[in-house]
Structure formats: C-alpha cells, structure tokens
Ligand binder design. Sequence first.
Ligand code: GLN
Length: 425
Amino acid sequence: MTAYNGYVTEEEIEGAADGPLAGRTVAVKDNISTEGVRTTCGSAMLDDYVPPYDATVVERLKAAGATIPGKTNMDEFGMGTTTETSAYGPVENPVAEGRVPGGSSGGSAAVVAAGDADMALGTDTGGSIRCPAAFCGVVGIKPTYGLVSRYGLVAYANSLEQVGPIAPSVEEAAELLEVIAGPDERDATTQEAPEADESYADAADGDVDGLSIGVPTELLDGADESVVETFWAALDDLEARGASYHEVDLPSVEHAVEAYYVIAMSEASSNLARFDGVRYGKSGGYDGNWNESFANAREEGFGEEVKRRVLLGTYALSAGYHDKYYKKAQDARAWVKRDFDEALSDADVLASPTMPVPPMKRGESLDDPLTMYLADANTTPVNLANLPAISVPAGETDDGLPVGLQLVGPAFGEREIIRAGSALA
Ligand code: GLN
C-alpha cells in the first residue's frame, strides 16, 4: 500500500523479456482491462470484476517488455477532477501535502510523482490525464482522438476519451506513446497517423527555435493569478529559446464546459446501462421484479457523482429535451472544432495553463460539483475538438504548488507538442 492510496490493486503483471520498455514499470489506470487482474473503475459496482481479456494498450505494454506493478486509483468511472470520488478512498497528492492529486487519473499521476512506477497510463475524457499531471508536477499526453485504441477501456464517454501516457519527462511520455499508439482492428475509431520520419521520443529534442505559439486569451481569463504568473514565466522561457507568441481568440470555449458535460453525461448514461447486476456488476438480488433488482444493484453499486451524471444524462437525451440539450451541445462542439482549426492555422501550437487553479485542498470540492466542473475549462475544449495536448510542469506558485502548461497541437500533431513541451521538461 502506498501512503497516498495510489493503487487499488497491487499485483505485478510481467511483460515480455525484452522490448523498448524492458526493465521499466508502467502502472495502469483501473478502468483499463487486465486479463486475470481485477479492474474496478474505482467503483464498488466492479469490486470483484476480473476481465477475461487484456485491453489492446495492455497487450502492447506487455509485448514491449514493461512490467505492470498494479492498477491505479481513480475517480469512479473517470467522473471527477480530484480523485476523491473513488469507492476505494481518495488519493493524496504526494508532492503537495493536504492537496488533491487532480483527477480522474489521480492514482496514475501520483504513483509516477512518488516514484512508485516509472510511468503510467491514464485516460482523458475531459482532462483526466492533463489535470493530475499538472497537479502532481509530471508530464501527461492526451493523444489525438483515434491515435490510441480504446479496446478494453471501460467506456465513460467514448466520443471524447483517449488512453495516454504519464511520465516524469516528456521524452519518457513520448516513448510510452510510441508503444501504445497505432491502429487496432478491434477499435474502428483508430486511425493510422500520417507518416513521419522520426519517433515521438526523437521529437523531444527541445528545439523551439522559430516555433509560433498562439495564446487563447479566453483560457487565461478567470485563471488564478499565481497560475497566470507561472504560465507567463514559462512562455518567456520558451521565447528566450527562439519561440514567439501571439494572442488568439477562441470565442466558442466559453460554452465548452457546458457542452462537454452534456455530451459526457449523455454518453455515460448510455454506457453505464450495462451495470445492472446481471450483465455486469454486483447482483441486486431477485424476487420476481427485474426493475427492483436492477435498481438495487445500481443504488448500492454506484456513488453519488455517478448517479448524478446518469440522471442528468438520461434527462438530456430524453424525448422532448434531446434537441434542447444534446443537439445544442453537439452544435457547440462543432463550433469549438472550427475555432481551434482557425487558431491553429496561424500558430504551430496553442498554449494555456492546464488548470486555471493550483491543486485544491482535499475535501473542498466534493460538496460543490459545479465549481469542480468549471475547473475543467481549459482541458475539455481539446477533447471536444479531438486534438492532442500535453501538460508539462511550468513551475510552481509562490506557495510551492505545481502549475502545468498545456500545449495543444493540430490533429496528429503529437510531435509538435512533444517538441515544444520538451523545451520545458
Ligand atoms: N473532470 C472531467 C469529468 O469529470 C474529466 C474526466 C475525465 O477526463 N475522465 O468528466
């Protein structure tokens, strides 16, 4: 057991004898299926669920020679920003006492920050790799939608989420990305990335000479002053190395959090229907009424945040409200995509603080879900636009709290954000 509760299950899975990750440990978020090793998604519902197969990314880790030291703690089904909604207890931030590690991949970022794993896999639906990477002072990459297989990932909101790497440095994160990226015939949303003449890790050469960085002013508005200061100091650093920056507008992002939560909750309400105690999850018993049986299983198996989202998502998709909420959110998503395309037409990458605030105090945000949702203002637009983004440590606030810098690239522009990020970490 780690003192900060980073793992739900510590059980070693051995990889091949050699390969690019031989001798290295890669922890795996507990919503990614591991054959024979329980996979809880941070939920009581799946407390004793043992998948009969490996996710594609896990197969690839094993083939690359990695050792998996365990399954990392997470917000229940990926729903959260602080890793406090896990049925297995909250994760503490190993580098900032009394603070949350970010979420939902808080366990993955924490075990890397604490040195209990060399690297880790997280998943990012609306920031769940980048947020904990920022809060724990490590590097996280949310790949372009379709670069990494979701086969064997327990779905939360499948049109938004991607598996991605968390590591102490950009180069190591890029090495891990190399292993997991690439088409998978078992996930029809995967695509072949355009051909490139260097590996992701080779792109981590820190060369930002001539790089043009767009700074969306909307993603700085409303951010904490200490975060904004640290952000500008990091940009000055990049400028000193030959990059230049200019302001850009992303007017649509004002609606991104709302659109994200409508879409994410709608998809969640549908994806989580399978947890009824019959197909998946703990049995709700049966005495002649299946509705009661399903209700019992879900009443007992799901936590409060999951229930809230299933209810709201079901409402948003219901006849009569579908056009008012879900369809509007899809329109907003299309607008966000157009805005990013435009901003990236005259910048190589876009930069912002990853999170508008430093790591929150533990226990602060659970009673106030809306404030927690708003903390995703800078990360969710990227998922709506299907683009790649990296979070790298930008420095610390005066109080010594880690601040992350987010770099967003064009679709399949992983090398651009890796190169730019590697100038800082
Ligand atoms: N905080 C966001 C949410 O709760 C993002 C979660 C994620 O990326 N899995 O939905």
